[in-house]
Design a protein around this ligand. Structure first.
Ligand SMILES: *Cc1c(COP(=O)(O)O)cnc(C)c1O
Length: 440
């Protein structure tokens, strides 16, 4: 016992020394623009509950009704006996909402990413990802063993160069598919466990020209820590040019952008050209869980092969019902009003920043400090003034890119934003280095 504790204490001390130690702060209230933290009521600028649905009466009542009818736990994974009606209803609502053939829900966005990438990709395949993609994508890359190439953030030339070098090396050109698939090597363990199925799969794959190596590009549509956007239309064009697949993480866009509020792919009208659309139910949709939306074949394959889906107890029916209700609110007149007040607050705050062009509005506004301890100090100063926006540090962002990540919600008032601006103004006078984004 002592050996482990000694080692861990030392490592924790190291984290503290680098300004990287993280600690939980207990919140004793519902989520909203005001939260109770350590007995203090604070104005909250840290949540991803962009439309204020996490505590919305319609979502709460949907969750309560689901609990009353279906209970709390599901008893098993979806494939055993846990596929309850709220799961199926949610997935139908999701595929209608996203305008795809089908959708699948997961316990979290994290497991949706890991489950999907690991189901589709193996050691001989290639993942090409933006430098700033979410940790779940990097974890998935490690787990599935695919080769990982990282392109500079939003840099189309770099992405093009990588795609070019890959297709040249593997002797593939657009429209040329290599034979045969190495299915047996990819799933050797599965072969011994479920031999019949795999033989069938093998027989089938002999008739279908699989592309090898598979190439999957992954990007976010709105980046989680910077709030900027991927050039999605151009990425779609590139992946089509080279015959690669594309997975787009719309975690910070679902419910917020596009004429049907599906996300940035919807706004740019490229949603029906993206193989894998992924997102979370835990941000603007106000509940918890993740989803993948795409073709019927993709979803059927994930039901069979996404390990976090197959080997984990089904999500709470209450969470699924709440997410479905969240989709309903997003698509309603009330949703329009919520987005309208959200974007008003966004322009109120961004007008004081050189944050980004107003055509690229986003509710994530990073205030970069650089040094970890400066960001931590800034967050503490804000807290003293009744404002909650914790420091975001390595490994969530790169070292020396520590920041306050200010997020806005439809529930914020213009007075709330003015209070935030006043507190940020005082910070500047506190002379924290590299703090240069607030106008004097
Ligand atoms: C939050 C987030 C996820 C994970 O979603 P959860 O539902 O919280 O697990 C994945 N990708 C991005 C970009 C995110 O911001």
């Amino acid at each position: 016992m002592q050996l482990l504790n000694d080692e861990l204490s030392e490592r924790l001390a190291g984290l503290r020394h680098q300004g990287l130690l993280r600690e939980l702060r207990s919140v004793d209230s519902s989520q909203g623009t005001r939260i109770n933290v350590g007995g203090k009521r604070l104005l909250n600028f840290s949540s991803n509950d962009y439309l204020g649905l996490a505590n919305h009466p319609v979502l709460k009542s949907a969750a309560i009704k689901a609990i009353e009818k279906y209970g709390v736990g599901c008893g098993a994974s979806r494939l055993i006996c846990g596929s309850l009606k709220p799961h199926g209803d949610l997935e139908e609502a999701l595929s209608d909402f996203k305008d795809t053939q089908a959708a699948l829900s997961f316990s979290s966005g994290y497991t949706a990413v890991v489950g999907t990438i690991c189901a589709l990709m193996g050691k001989e395949d290639l993942l090409i990802v933006d430098r700033l993609v979410h940790a779940s994508v990097i974890d998935a890359a490690r787990l599935c063993g695919a080769k990982l190439r990282i392109f500079h953030h939003n840099d189309l030339n770099d992405l093009d160069a990588i795609l070019q070098s890959v297709t040249r090396r593997s002797g593939l050109r657009q429209g040329h598919f290599a034979l045969p698939p190495n299915g047996a090597a990819r799933t050797r363990r599965a072969v011994t466990v479920i031999g019949t199925k795999s033989r069938l799969e093998g027989a089938f794959s002999a008739r279908v020209a699989f592309k090898s190596p598979r190439v999957l590009i992954v990007t976010e549509s709105v980046f989680s820590m910077d709030g900027d956007r991927a050039p999605l239309r151009e990425i779609v064009e590139l992946k089509e040019k080279y015959g690669a697949w594309l997975m787009v993480d719309e975690a910070h866009a679902t419910g917020l952008y596009g004429s049907a509020h599906r996300g940035i792919a919807d706004e740019l009208r490229v949603n029906n050209r993206i193989e894998i659309q992924m997102g979370t139910l835990g941000k603007a949709l106000g509940s918890v869980g993740g989803y993948v939306a795409g073709s019927r074949a993709l979803i059927d394959f994930l039901i069979n092969r996404a390990r976090p889906f197959v080997f984990s107890t089904a999500p709470l029916p209450a969470a699924s019902a709440a997410a479905q209700a969240g989709i309903g609110v997003v698509q309603s007149k009330e949703g329009d009003l919520l987005r309208k007040s959200l974007w008003k607050r966004v322009s109120q705050l961004s007008s004081k920043f050189e944050a980004r062009p107003s055509s690229e509005k986003s509710c994530i506004i990073p205030i970069i400090f650089g040094a970890e301890e400066n960001a931590v100090r800034a967050a503490a100063i804000l807290r003293q003034q009744g404002i909650y926006s914790p420091a975001i540090r390595y490994p969530t962002v790169a070292r020396n890119k520590a920041r306050l990540r200010v997020t806005l919600s439809a529930g914020h008032t213009s007075v709330d934003v003015r209070k935030l601006l006043a507190a940020l103004g005082k910070l500047k006078r506190g002379n924290l280095s590299k703090y240069d984004q607030v106008e004097s």
